[in-house]
Structures are given as structure tokens and as C-alpha cells.
Design a protein around this ligand. Sequence first.
Ligand SMILES: [Zn+2]
Length: 67
Amino acid sequence: MSDISTTDPIDERAEAELLRTELDEVEAALARLDDGTYGTCRVCGATIPDAVLEQRPQAGLCGDHQG
Ligand SMILES: [Zn+2]
């Protein structure tokens, strides 16, 4: 009898949640592309640096407001 599990259901749920959050961010970024506000901070409207967009194309916050 073995109760050793290689997959942790809690980790899988956390990972799914993370993916869902990223998907939401990507969809929000696509919506901002449509309305012409892509690349600007959702909080202050500042232009998001290219370096940030290169790392996270779906970024919706400037350096001051993310994290
Ligand atoms: Zn900002």
C-alpha cells in the first residue's frame, strides 16, 4: 500500500488559478489594444516602459504601480 502521491492537488489548483489570472491579464491587455490604451498604466495613465512590456506584454501597470 502506498499513499505517496506525485501530484499535489493543492499545487495544481494554485497553478490553475495562476494561469487563470494570467489569462485575465492577457484578455484585459487585448481589450486595451482595442480601445487604444494598451501600454499605459491603468492607475495613473503613465506610459509603461518598453522593458516592462517586453517582459510582460500583458502588463497593465507602470513601474510605480505594479507589484
Ligand atoms: Zn501608474
